[in-house]
Ligand binder design. Structure first.
Ligand code: M6R
Length: 614
């Protein structure tokens, strides 16, 4: 949940580390720090509460020289966000500095043991325990840093991606991972280290993804060495990453979130590229075809995910059940992993995750795998942990998503789920030829319809100004629109801090209707589909209680426009594809309300993009 960067080579490390931290700031941004071995062999640590820009201000006029260094941007787990708890953490002698992403679960026991030996702790973090432990092991056994790290990690329970610098050895960084991501970049006479490839791609496209319990010895002018905790050499595959730097910049937009909302038509084209052929009237997800037998004999599917990805999963359930007639359950990964679920080799688990690193989803996959289930991953970040442990899967190919609020990943996930359901339905023969062909055509028309929706941006920006007063919002939808209501509410609360709830529209009368008064904005997804008349009745119920209705309607609707306070007209599309259209104005609404309220849209408080801790 934190971001880690490291550099060793011939260049000055500080600018590379700072730039890298800025790329990783989406992972956490409550404090930041850097450790450098200076040109005169000092181990300098600078750290402060706040963002990377605050760290830069703090380090002004300080000695930032050095061609080796490590840096960290934090999302607090143990200990409040403050300078003392920021990483890097020194060992007692201040000879070692360490950065860490993850949680050391047995830190209290280890800390007590070290305190009994006279160690004093400056911070309330679990990380400081680790660096002290490494130094203690090294001093008591007179061994090198690598061996001390190996022995220390054998005592650790939990998740970690770490990097350690030793003042007395400016030619080496020792880095290790377990359940938290770590990538080594291999340049010419230089190495990079980062939580993901984004800080590295500027310098090299050659990377190695560390596996669990592997330790990388990153040395100046020597080849990369990877060993495990028992010092057995590990072979490693150097991969080529294809990331376009432009994808990591705002490209003229005020925020990444707005850029990512506007990228959606192109992203959906990228997601469908090579998988859908309108001329030949077919959709093929090759990973489905490659594992056809296994998927076709599944008794049921279980979708595991968190947050926005879970909302996509709810849509996936409806798609797969209605196209393929296979029962589907959708589970919060965090609940699934701890409730001893009934699952076996007859099940297929679909794990959905933008980052591919979400700790709960990863653990749910591991559990399902251990029970023999077949695992299909739907992820965005190529080479991330979930795609590496699944049996097969499909990337959504929407490019890096940097805004903490997920937008294009959601529509990419839904698009892959539609293609998965269509590919399977074709194999199972559960859709008629006419239905299948119509779906292929309609799906391929989605990007141009999304473009039409994006033209509503100015109007939604104006509308948003009216609603900055609100302390609460309700979002209602039925069928395929219910998960969209949940997603709209999540977007609003995470970036504007306005309390918002999504409900199935018909559930309103079972309780939430008590909340409706003249102050309450109610967003209703009321497009013209099979449930239109029912939703119309729900709108009447809200208006009878003076609620303020913002309705998403199908273009040309003249009925709801007479009842609702505001109507947002959207292009017509089949009900099962509507989430790809109706989500977009809700993303824009949340965005503009947050902007009007002066919120930090891309980095909302208390959140981080990828939740790699429980
Ligand atoms: O990377 P993942 O898709 O696994 O992340 C899951 C959630 O943490 C994520 O969707 C979160 O809810 C977003 N901030 C929502 O905008």
């Amino acid at each position: 949940m934190c971001g880690i960067v490291g550099y060793i080579g011939k260049k000055q490390a500080y600018p590379i580390l700072i730039k890298g931290l800025k790329r990783l700031e989406y992972r956490g941004y409550d404090s930041a720090g850097v450790a450098l071995i200076s040109d005169n062999k000092q181990l300098n640590v600078y750290k402060t509460k706040g963002k990377v820009a605050d760290l830069e201000a703090f380090a002004t006029h300080k000695d930032i020289s050095g061609t080796v260094g490590i840096a960290h941007t934090r999302w607090a787990t143990h200990g409040e966000p403050c300078s003392l708890n920021a990483h890097p953490h020194f060992s007692s002698s201040e000879r070692l500095a360490l950065i860490h992403n993850g949680i050391i679960e047995n830190y209290a026991t280890l800390k007590e043991k070290l305190q009994a030996k006279g160690y004093v702790f400056k911070s309330s973090t679990d990380t400081e325990v680790l660096v002290q432990l490494i130094e203690y092991i090294q001093n008591s056994n007179h061994i090198d840093l690598l061996t001390a790290v190996q022995l220390a990690l054998q005592e650790v329970i939990g998740a970690y991606a770490i990097a350690v610098l030793d003042r007395d050895n400016p030619d080496e960084i020792v880095a290790a991972r377990k359940s938290s991501p770590l990538v080594v970049g291999i340049g010419t006479n230089e190495f990079f280290l980062a939580s993901d490839a984004t800080p590295i791609v500027e310098y090299t496209d050659q990377v190695v993804y560390l596996e669990d319990e592997e330790i990388a010895l990153i040395r100046r002018d020597k080849p990369l060495r990877i060993v495990n905790l028992n010092n057995v050499e590990c072979s490693h595959e150097v991969k080529t990453v294809a990331l376009n730097l432009g994808q990591l910049e705002k490209g003229g937009y005020p925020h990444f979130m707005l850029k990512e909302i506007f990228e959606q038509p192109d992203c959906i084209c990228d997601c469908m590229r090579g998988r859908i052929n309108v001329n030949e009237n077919h959709v093929i997800l090759f990973s489905v075809i490659d594992h056809k037998e296994r998927l076709l004999r599944a008794k049921r599917f279980i979708i595991v995910a968190c947050g926005t990805s879970w909302h996509a999963g709810l849509i996936g359930k409806q798609l797969i059940e209605s196209f393929c007639r296979i029962p589907v359950e959708v589970e919060y990964a965090s609940e699934f992993r701890y409730r001893n679920p009934v699952i076996d080799e007859n099940d297929v688990v679909i794990a959905i995750s933008q980052s591919g690193e979400t700790a709960d989803t990863l653990a749910a996959v591991e559990l399902a795998k251990s029970r023999g289930a077949f695992i299909f991953g739907i992820c965005n970040v190529i080479g991330s942990s979930i795609p590496r442990i699944t049996d097969t899967g499909a990337y959504i190919h929407v490019g890096p998503e940097i805004g903490v609020a997920s937008t294009k990943a959601f529509t990419g996930q839904v698009t892959v789920l539609v293609m998965l359901a269509l590919t399977l339905a074709k194999e199972r023969g559960t859709l008629s030829e006419a239905e299948y062909l119509s779906m292929v055509r309609e799906l391929s028309a989605i990007p141009s319809k999304m473009k039409e929706v994006l033209q509503l941006n100015d109007r939604i920006a104006q509308l948003s100004k009216i609603f900055t007063y609100a302390h609460n919002f309700i979002y209602l939808g039925r069928g395929y629109s219910y998960p969209v209501a949940l997603e709209g509410a999540l977007k609003l609360k995470e970036i504007s801090y306005i309390h918002a709830e999504g409900y199935p529209a018909a559930e309103m009368k079972h309780g939430p209707i008590a909340l409706i008064d003249a102050e309450m904005p109610v967003v209703v997804i009321a497009t013209r589909n099979g449930l239109y008349e029912k939703v119309l009745s729900n709108i009447q119920e809200i208006k009878a209680r003076k609620g303020r209705v913002i309705a998403l309607v199908t273009r040309g609707d003249t009925v709801i426009s007479r009842i609702a306070d505001t109507c947002i007209e959207l292009p017509e599309t089949p009900e099962c594809l509507e989430p790809l259209i109706t989500t977009v104005p809700l993303q824009m609404l949340a965005y503009h309300i947050a902007v009007c309220k002066g919120m930090d849209v891309d980095q909302p408080r208390n959140l981080a993009k990828s939740v790699t801790v429980e």
